[in-house]
Write a protein that binds this ligand. Sequence first.
Ligand code: ATP
Ligand code: MG
Length: 356
Amino acid sequence: MAPSYKIASIPGDGIGPEVVSATIQVVEKLAKTLGAFQIEFTHIPWGTAYYKETGRYLSEDALDTLRKFDAGIFGAVGAPDVPDHISLWGLLLAIRGPLQLYANVRPVRTFPGTKCPLNTATEGIDWMLVRENSEGEYSGQGGRSHVGQPWEAATEVAMFTRVGIERIMRFAFETARSRPRKLLTVVTKSNSMRNGMVLWDEVAASVAQDFPDVTWDKMLVDAMTVRMVTKPQSIDTIVGTNLHMDILSDLAAALAGSIGVAPSSNLDPTRKNPSLFEPVHGSAFDITGKGVANPVATFWSAAEMLKWIGEKNAADKLMTCVENVCAAGILTPDLGGTSSTQEVVDAVCVEIGKIK
Ligand code: ATP
Ligand code: MG
């Protein structure tokens, strides 16, 4: 019997519902056309509207709810009238930590229809970014004292554990090993941060011994931004902390052509918990409701999800269809086109219909 997958759909805020609905349409069409598996999406209403109604971004049993699914597809969270740290911690960070989705993986590639803005990268960019997703600068540790006083102080503690660094480092070396160039750059800031970052350097050197076939180097995050712009071809896989890779992955998405096509996976590599797949972009309220949100980042995220749950063939087919549509110039305005979200969906569905 064909396998059957249960997927949690969390559209969230802003353009989230538009790009997630677009993605469900193409994935359902794909599943129906291929006939090799069944896939069922269950809508979960978490987000800012839910928060305004209940005072919480997630239901109380959110983690148990999610554990019933094979994976989740997530849109975006954040609204103009709620401070970002409340929405982000209320939803995404409240899921990533407890579910131990410790590897955030972001493929970055110059996509048909996008133009790499670097004249140093004539053939475009093809990188794999691995971000530590469960601790570090975003561990939420710290606090404020003397609130409101001129001598008010705040601490934001970056907490790194050997276990946390080692597991992401192994994952990164394995990722680098699985790619043709077998090349890894470990990003730290161990010149000025003498505790956590030095531990990163030490763990990297020790894990590297188990991967003699991977060529690796170490780079300070500031120097890495320069290298990404001036020597993009010298890079393949990059691993770094939660904060560093948050910043470098936005830079990478922009260098590849557009944030509107950039996907991201929040993985639990042990597979004890369902992994969560989402576009890199946020809720983008400036274009919400206009029908022009680029759905490609979420299509690509769904393809990564299909690969993760074991449907690589479907994932590859979906990406080919999406690439064909982009290459044919059916593009949303962020990529210089004039098509609407729904026109891109319809064109991808037509491509899927042509699959033999
Ligand atoms: P957040 O605060 O959640 O990060 P945001 O409103 O800052 O969300 P981003 O997602 O960071 O928005 O994107 C910045 C800008 O890029 C948006 O304001 C929007 O104009 C554009 N953009 C982002 N995603 C898309 C998309 N999928 N399609 C078209 N344009 C997009
Ligand atoms: Mg933003």
